[in-house]
Design a protein around this ligand. Structure first.
Ligand SMILES: [Zn+2]
Length: 360
């Protein structure tokens, strides 16, 4: 039985979201969440997943969402980030079914100072729910890992209570992910703080599950955002297995599955196959991919330019003759397409690394 036997093609939310993640956890694979900033990058991710018969998660960062709306728009009070995220989600809803695969629409890291962004997206979810009986987005991420644990849980709970009735999943973060991403810099944090403790996971699980089971946890296990030289980061994905065992033990008879928690893998760029495999075996169902697909998009464009350089210097005139037009070389549908193809290949690589191939 494949995924399409349990959830339909198109955007998945609520109960289907739960089924999709539970299926991935049970079958030991994870779905990559691709950061997208345009219809071009969204299409590359959808096409990549469709061609290997797999579901995909598309996510927007705060800056990426603003970019979708346009760099020319002011982001005062998070307006551009809200408009861009909503526009991106509506675009995905318009095309997802045509690709024939289940698609998750997600918003990435939202720190405390960006909460107005979260509120704006949630308002759009509630409005969409009134008309269609489901939220616009499948899920959102709240990153309050820089706040004290109690405050992190408290604010998440407040939002969870708003999200549960409309069937929108909440992804939260505990423990600090090193590195720098979207303006949050944790490069100076000492190593011990990078690892989450099992008691922390249980505190979250216990509090959240009184409201809903539609939540996931990005737990720090030495993760670093961005790409660093190999050997600088020590990942301990086996810790996630200890967290699962601890939560299961606390639940006792109330838990009849080996891995009760949905985990999310942040800051995984540059991690090796074994680390990813261990993370997935221990209940990681979603892994964020951004840095590597950004590079792939650029690399596709760079290779195209280098290969066709002599056809890209003037509108008319190239090695074939002084009067030959170059239109077919500088049409964005040609050069951006090369970026998309290169990105799609990298998305498929991410799917392969996570075991998300032919899972439909
Ligand atoms: Zn994170």
């Amino acid at each position: 039985m494949g995924i399409l036997d349990i959830v339909p093609a198109g955007v998945v939310t609520g109960d289907n979201m739960r089924k999709l993640f539970a299926y991935a956890r049970e079958h030991n694979f994870a779905i990559p969440a691709i950061n997208c900033t345009s219809t071009s990058t969204i299409n590359a991710a959808l096409e990549a997943a469709r061609d290997i018969n797999s579901p995909i998660i598309i996510q927007f960062s705060n800056g990426g969402a603003a970019y979708i709306a346009g760099k020319g728009l002011s982001n005062k009070n998070q307006e551009a980030s809200i408009i861009g995220a909503v526009a991106g989600a509506q675009y995905i809803r318009a095309v997802a079914k045509a690709y024939g695969i289940p698609v998750v629409i997600h918003s990435d890291h939202c720190a405390k100072k960006l909460l107005p962004w979260f509120d704006g997206m949630l308002a759009a979810d509630e409005e969409y729910f009134k008309a269609h009986g489901e939220p616009l987005f499948s899920s959102h991420m709240l990153d309050l890992s820089e706040e004290p644990k109690e405050e992190n849980i408290e604010i998440c709970l407040k939002y969870l209570k708003r999200m549960a009735p409309i069937g929108c999943l909440l992804e939260m973060e505990i423990g600090i992910t090193g590195g720098e991403e979207d303006g949050v810099n944790n490069e100076g944090v000492d190593n011990a703080a990078l690892y989450t403790q099992p008691e922390d996971i249980w505190d979250i699980y216990k509090a959240f599950s009184e409201v809903t089971d539609l939540f996931s946890i990005a737990a720090g296990f030495g993760n670093v955002h961005g790409v660093y030289a190999p050997g600088n980061v020590r990942l301990h994905p086996e810790l996630l297995g200890k967290h699962q065992a601890y939560v299961k033990e606390q639940l006792g008879d109330k838990c009849d599955i080996p891995k009760p928690v949905f985990f999310v893998f942040h800051g995984g760029s540059g991690s090796n196959e074994d680390e990813i495999k261990t993370a997935v075996e221990n209940g990681v169902v979603k892994m964020n991919v951004d840095t590597d697909t950004q590079w792939a998009y650029w690399d596709g464009l760079k290779n195209y330019y280098e290969g066709k350089k002599d056809y890209l210097q003037t509108q008319v005139g190239n090695p074939d003759g002084p009067g030959k037009p170059n239109k077919k070389y500088y049409d964005p549908r040609v050069f951006i397409r090369e970026a998309e193809k290169s990105m799609a290949t990298r998305v498929q690589q991410a799917c392969k690394d996570l075991g998300n191939v032919n899972t439909l």
